[in-house]
Ligand binder design. Sequence first.
Ligand code: G3H
Ligand code: 13P
Ligand code: NA
Ligand code: ZN
Length: 307
Amino acid sequence: PLVTSKEMFKKAYEGKYAIGAFNVNNMEIIQGIVDAAKEEQAPLILQVSAGARKYAKHIYLMKLVEAAVEDSGLPICLHLDHGEDFEICKACIDGGFTSVMIDGSKLPFEENIALTKKVVDYAHERGVTVEGELGRLAGVEDAVKVSEREATYTDPDQAVEFVERTGVDSLAIAIGTSHGAYKFKGEPTLDFERLEKISKMLPGFPLVLHGASSVLPEFVAKCNQYGGKIQGAQGVPEEMLLKAGQMGVCKINIDTDLRLAMTASIREHLALHPGDFDPRQYLKPAREAIKNMVKHKIRNVLNCSGR
Ligand code: G3H
Ligand code: 13P
Ligand code: NA
Ligand code: ZN
């Protein structure tokens, strides 16, 4: 069935592992991810961004995910990624999602609380779980100075107040990750001291890490080998993600690594088989590449195989 994140997070917290939340945009991506989770018997969150809803349409993604649940027999949580206002959260709750994120992280603290609380009230009445966000992800890779870090990274005291006053089920925090393929200019670092503080002040409460792709060099290299131009890409080292998963982080968001795996595969196929033009010829290996990437994450990054 489609399930909320509630039970998954409780088990993940206690078992000191994390659940992968993978972004989905089409059938091949959904099938690749779900096949991997099924083979690994792993808990799974599929997440849909506003851009994905616009690209594929809500109803197509909804029906594809329902098909995945029925075909695989897996419990799957279907989550809205980065909902920016009440309306999109309401549309997803009314439209069958089991979890939503309201991302008020750009708003002043009190406005973020008010908006998040409004979504929580609506969602909880309907049995849907809610993720909030506090702290700023974008541009934090530049926050080398302590003063900038204090202004953008999640403040532990505020995190406690935010969770208490909004009633959110999970909280996305900023500790140095960022979205996309260019996360760090120099050595990758995350503020584990801050994570430890937040985690200790919110015992038993599930935290979420966005911007958690590792940007594996092998996949960037394959893109570039077959005509791509991706320069200076760098992600979060896998051992840091494993560590975060033992420190109260129950959900790890991954999109960029799926994009790189799929694009590398398609580029390679078309370069090696220039006569091919049946989309199934390159989408089948692309789907397989997604599956292999997700299996790798489940085993080596999330530690959630067989859970
Ligand atoms: O956080 C962003 C996710 O990677 C989704 O990206 O908004 O381009 O669909 P998108
Ligand atoms: P990446 O860009 O690191 O894959 O992060 C995805 C994400 O946080 C989606 O919400
Ligand atoms: Na999310
Ligand atoms: Zn995100």
